[in-house]
Design a protein around this ligand. Structure first.
Ligand code: 4AD
Ligand code: MG
Length: 433
């Protein structure tokens, strides 16, 4: 058995393929059946006069999405949709599909209801290949830099970010929460393995319905001993550049299918532009935004900031009131923290959020009290005791960041909506299938 992309390299020889019926028509004693597999599509011609009755009947009876096996010789053929045709010697149905519920023009809602089937479309197949590759490129980069992958729990007692978007779960006789970030556990691994990353789901009960927000996303979270935020940003640039260049070299099929700008992607090389939060506010207000100090960016501001960019842009030194309590206050400017967000080009939005961490116990607890006063949020300190221990026993300066895998996929593949970057999107209005 072979894949279609291998078979077309064996023109003139007999090959065996297994796939699914993508399209079908019959004309003058020939059934033209386009089959698909994970590597592409290929036209199969089953000629009534050249095959036994068993194969001919199978070809006549087959339906869209039937699983099939075919054997025959592949030839170059200009008339066939991909320039190749397989003339069948035998054709067999593994399972004849019931009438397929997805036809050519379908509403977005129907395609989401039939997501488990829609994933077989050419576009979604390509996205799923690219997604698996992008996960691999990220891991291979960090592994090459001497990182260990670790696996934090995703059921937790407390949040690490704002805490307001947490999903509650009942955990025996207690209340627990699905993790919104694995950072606190990543930090605990720093004195163990020094450079680590986790790549697990994060959960956010986002109320806003946007094209960039999922309730369940896959977050890559590296954490590095003795890195300051400058070193962390260098690492982020190199990683993104590695992912983009591997994608350009290795994923030509999806680049072609989605008509992506290969040159622009190949040029995603360090250094990336940097702009402070303060300068970004000035720039955005100059373009018609109405931001005050302490305001976060929304969809509109992200678009204004990066619509003309070709590479990601760092926004650094954010106002401390909009970043989490663990961020290190800027020694040169107590209004800000040593933090960076990486914004993808063309308004695809924030792909990375990173900070240098406050590693000194007294400053950290002082900052937590300050946040409580500023926001009215109360930390349940019992839940954070273990994490504060990290600052009591051999604490070291460290930095880390979180990268939303689906945001990166959305940007690289220029997808309109983040839901297409993940097989089964979880959103406020979607839990089926
Ligand atoms: O910026 P965030 O909230 O940062 C953290 O959670 C840090 N604790 C991470 C760390 O330092 N270890 O989230 C990190 C990234 C964002 O930049 C964004 O790419 C993605 O996660 N993200 C989302 N992606 C899709 N849907 C959502 N609802 C997302 N929320 C965050
Ligand atoms: Mg963020």
């Amino acid at each position: 058995m072979m894949y279609i992309n291998e078979a077309v390299r064996e023109a003139g020889k007999t090959v065996k393929l297994a796939g699914w019926v993508h399209r079908k028509r019959e004309s003058g004693g020939i059934a033209f059946i386009i089959i698909r597999d994970r590597t592409g599509v290929l036209q199969v011609a089953v000629k009534k006069n050249n095959v036994d009755t068993h194969s001919w009947e199978a070809a006549e009876n087959t339906t869209i999405e039937s699983s099939v096996k075919v054997e025959g010789v592949v030839r170059k053929d200009q008339r066939a949709p991909t320039g190749y045709e397989l003339e069948a010697a035998t054709f067999e149905n593994v399972q004849i599909s019931e009438p397929y519920p997805i036809t050519e023009y379908q509403s977005t809602e129907l395609l989401l209801d039939k997501r488990h089937l829609w994933l077989r479309s050419r576009k979604m197949t390509g996205v799923m290949v690219a997604r698996a590759h992008i996960f691999k490129y990220a891991r291979e980069f960090l592994d090459g830099e001497g990182f260990f992958e670790v696996t934090p729990p995703t059921i937790t007692l407390a949040g690490g970010e704002t805490g307001s978007n947490l999903f509650e779960v009942s955990y025996y006789d207690k209340k627990a929460y699905l993790t919104e970030s694995s950072q606190l556990y990543a930090e605990a691994m720093v004195p163990v393995l020094e450079k680590i990353y986790s790549l697990v789901p994060a959960y956010r009960a986002e109320k806003s319905r946007t094209t960039k927000h999922l309730a369940e996303l896959w977050m890559l979270e590296p954490e590095m001993a003795y890195f300051d935020s400058e070193q962390s940003m260098k690492l982020q640039e190199s990683m993104i550049s590695h992912i983009a260049s591997r994608f350009v070299k290795n994923d030509g099929d999806i680049i072609e299918l989605l008509e992506l700008d290969r040159k622009e992607l190949a040029d995603v090389k360090p250094p990336f532009k940097r702009i402070s939060y303060e300068k970004a506010i000035e720039l955005l207000n100059g373009k018609g935004a109405k931001l005050k100090w302490g305001d976060d960016f929304g969809m509109k501001e992200e678009m204004l900031l990066t619509e003309d960019e070709k590479k990601p842009v760092f926004v650094t030194d954010w106002a401390k009131e909009i970043k989490a309590f663990y961020a290190y206050v800027n020694p040169d400017d107590p209004r800000t923290v040593l933090s960076d967000d990486m914004q993808a080009p063309h308004g695809h939005g924030e792909i990375i959020g990173g900070t240098q961490r406050e590693w000194r116990l007294d400053k950290l607890t002082e900052r937590m009290r300050e946040v409580e006063e500023g926001t009215g949020v109360r930390f349940n300190m019992d839940n954070y005791e273990w994490w504060l221990d990290l600052r009591r026993y051999g604490s070291v300066p460290h930095s880390g960041f979180g990268m939303g895998m689906e945001r990166v996929i959305k940007w690289l593949l220029n997808l309109d909506h983040i839901r297409d970057a993940i097989p089964f999107p979880r959103m406020s209005n979607r839990l089926y299938p």
